[in-house]
Design a protein. Structure first.
Lengths: 113, 446
């Protein structure tokens, strides 16, 4: 089992979700986050006071999958999120030792889908 | 401390009851004889205007509230609304009488009208001959409320609530009342000198603005100022607040005609024109200097323009209002965006920069563009052949700037010595909403 975290541009979320849906990956957790990468922020100005190094709004997607779904998931996120511009984001893939479905108590591969 | 407060309230209430009885008798006697002088149109307009000006304080709460950090939102709303409650009571007890009551040496009103003794349904000919005296009193009450509330902009995010309450009560009594009497009270010395302040450029804006500067200096900077302070937490609230202020300003300025007249109509027009011109001017300056016009800059400019035209609104033409609006876009902009950073004082929400500077510009500009063609009871300014009026207006600026700054400074120091003005470092970090009020403005989880 793997735990896949993708940080993407907010406006790409719908496209990424559509691509994941096509590959029958339905279970995702999405959150609004702020962060800073190589793209850097756009400096804001309030009554002449400049806010330096401001953080940019991003969307974080978290997906837990069985091994067979790792590559399709990564492909779906890349296809949905890539614009070719700086700031498209990153995908992190982590090992996932355990997963439990709260309703039934099922564990591991059974619980994840 | 708590016991003393309780005793004070009881004493005031008992004293009030006694006076109320005699007051009603007096009113009943004089009601029939003078009732005929009341003009229903004038009365209706001033009643509505009082309600419009009342709405400016909640408007200011959202204007300021949007500009602070999330953790201090409620503290700003609470300070504004508490000013509305407390100053209203102070106005009834002694504020109105000290401001407008029978003159003492041109400096202050007597206490004869304490608890609104004798302030009833018959007009007071000296102030407003065609509306009930009580309506004039209520209209003026709303000015007395919003003026100390304006100062909040300078000490936002770091003042103890208890210190705030004591400070505004002292300030309303020792600073607002005399300055109001000088300019608007019957036989006030600046009024008798020929000073022109139609709706409160000096009484409200210079007065609040100069004490705001004193507050920024006495309290010192917020922790982390300037670079460690997060941006305004909700600019849409600030824009909403600016809109409510703008709306209320029609009552503030056009209501100050105290009649539903042509003069009120002109004040209405020039108020709007100056606000609009200053909003555009500020935007243009932002655009030139920072490459983009900002929402915050636009609404700040509009408020500065409305503040600047306040003293002039009963005396200037639309052309005069355009000139005043341009100046109100330029001078406060310079102070807020350039001078404040250079000098390093933390006027958190620019109460001094916008209201102090806007007010000073407005009072001076009244001495430039005032004309008797608009108001025969006023005076001509420099550009209409009367340089003496400019000199009078400069004296108004001098007296109010010095008095409001010095006495404001002393009062703040006094409260600081007695109970400390500022919250602890820890409380400031956690935020005033939680530490002063045990509440949070926003829940993070449902």
């Amino acid at each position: 089992m793997k735990y896949i975290i993708a940080v993407i541009q907010p406006d790409r979320l719908d496209e990424v979700l559509k691509r994941l849906e096509e590959k029958e990956i339905h279970l995702v957790t999405v959150s609004n986050v702020v962060g800073r990468g190589r793209q850097k922020g756009i400096a804001e100005v309030y009554r002449g006071h400049k806010e330096q190094g401001s953080l940019l709004r991003k969307v974080k997607i978290e997906i837990a999958v069985n091994e067979a779904f790792v590559e399709p998931t990564i492909k779906a996120v890349i296809d949905g999120a890539r614009t070719g511009q700086i700031g498209d984001g990153k995908i992190f893939v982590l090992d996932l030792p355990e997963c439990i479905r709260i309703r039934t108590g099922e564990k591991g591969n059974l619980a994840i889908g | 401390m708590r016991l003393t407060l309780a005793i004070a309230v009881v004493v005031l209430l008992t004293a009030g009851t006694g006076i109320c009885e005699t007051q009603q008798l007096v009113q009943a006697g004089s009601l029939t004889s003078q009732n005929s002088t009341i003009d229903t149109g004038d009365t209706a307009w001033v009643l509505i205007s009082a309600a419009l000006v009342m709405l400016m304080t909640p408007g200011l709460a959202f204007f300021y509230g949007g500009l602070v950090r999330r953790k201090n939102m409620l503290s700003v709303l609470m300070q504004c609304f508490m000013a509305l409650c407390i100053i209203s009571i102070q106005w009834v007890v002694c504020g109105y009488s000290l401001s407008f009551g029978p003159d003492k040496h041109g400096i202050i009103g007597g206490l004869d009208w304490s608890f609104l003794n004798g302030v009833g349904m018959t007009p007071n000919a000296a102030y407003a001959p065609t509306i009930p005296h009580e309506v004039f009193m209520m209209f003026q009450m709303m000015f007395a409320v919003i003026t100390p509330a304006l100062i909040i902009g300078a000490f936002a995010e770091r003042m103890k609530f208890s210190a705030f309450v004591i400070f505004i009560l002292l300030w309303a009594t020792i600073v607002y009342a005399p300055v109001t009497h000088w300019l608007w009270g019957n036989d006030g010395f600046l009024k008798n000198m020929g000073a022109l302040d139609f709706a409160g450029g000096a009484v409200v804006h210079i007065n609040a603005g100069m004490t705001a500067l004193a507050a920024a200096l006495v309290l010192g900077r917020r922790q982390g100022y300037p670079n460690g302070i997060s941006p305004p937490h909700n600019l849409p609230f600030a824009a909403l607040g600016a809109g409510l202020l703008w709306f209320g300003w029609f009552g503030f300025n056009a209501g100050s005609a105290l009649k539903a007249s042509g003069l009120a109509g002109n004040a209405f027009a020039v108020t709007h024109i100056a606000g609009a011109v200053a909003g555009v001017t500020w935007s243009v300056l932002d655009w030139l200097r920072y490459k983009k016009p900002t929402t915050l800059g636009m609404i700040t400019g509009a408020v500065a323009g409305l503040a600047a035209v306040t003293p002039a609104s009963g005396y200037v033409t639309p052309i005069g209002a355009i000139c005043i609006g341009i100046g109100a876009g330029i001078f406060p902009w310079l102070v807020v965006t350039c001078l404040k950073t250079k000098l390093g004082y933390d006027d958190s929400l620019d109460a001094f920069g916008v209201h102090g500077i806007g007010g000073i510009w407005g009072v001076i500009a009244t001495g430039l563009w005032a004309t008797k063609t608009i108001n025969p009871d006023g005076a001509d300014g420099l550009f209409y052949g009367n340089p003496a009026q400019l000199w009078i207006q400069l004296k108004v600026v001098l007296f109010t700037v010095v008095y409001s700054f010095v006495i404001g400074f002393v009062l703040l120091k006094f409260v600081d010595v007695v109970i400390k003005l500022r919250v602890s470092e820890h409380e400031e970090r956690v935020g005033l909403d939680l530490t002063q009020h045990r509440e949070a403005a926003y829940t993070l989880i449902d």
